[in-house]
Write a protein that binds this ligand. Sequence first.
Ligand SMILES: [Zn+2]
Length: 225
Amino acid sequence: MLTKSFTIILTVCLASFTVLCAQRIGNDQSPWSPPRSYCDRCHHPLAWWQLIPLLGWIVQGGHCHFCRQRIAVYNPLCELASGFFAWRLSDPELFHSFLVVLVIQALLFIASCDYYHGYLYPLSLIALLPLPLIIPNWTWPSLTTLLSDLLFLGLLTIMVTRFHGLGGGDVLFIAVLLLTFEIESTVLIILLACLGTLLAFFHSHQERLPFLPALCLATLIVISY
Ligand SMILES: [Zn+2]
């Protein structure tokens, strides 16, 4: 119970920092400088209590304490989702819980880079290496599976270049999914992500919607259930 509680708290606190890193790196800023977080609208440095994950947003009623502008709901949602999946995936074993924290942060970084800046750092996919270790009963894929995965990926790449629906980052991420999961689970993740993106489209009516946040969320849902 103690390990689980500690994993949830650590994941939520790190989630806040991971989203900040994705935001700043994409803006050519260092994650460490400026040292204090600030409001994106009025640029006023934030007080310590405003930085408490989830609680800071709730206490301020979703609006900046200084300029009263609405704070994007993306950050508290990420913190909430990270805590939820840490609760679902962690167990009393310390090393397993450490891997869960790592995988959730990697997926969050990938999702946030696409959400804020519309691209994927290919190197960030390396942080997904421990992903198979948190999937129950995971086994290495057979040669036949690898060949059918390759065929699926080839078809997907043709679709991307032909219809321009997905980006290169989306295809790279799907390639990692194919190496990690069986094809049925990969297709389920893609379908769930499509459904999520469709719902987001009806809500926001934006022409270009980032697909990686939906893929990352769908990945965590499939691992959890
Ligand atoms: Zn402000």
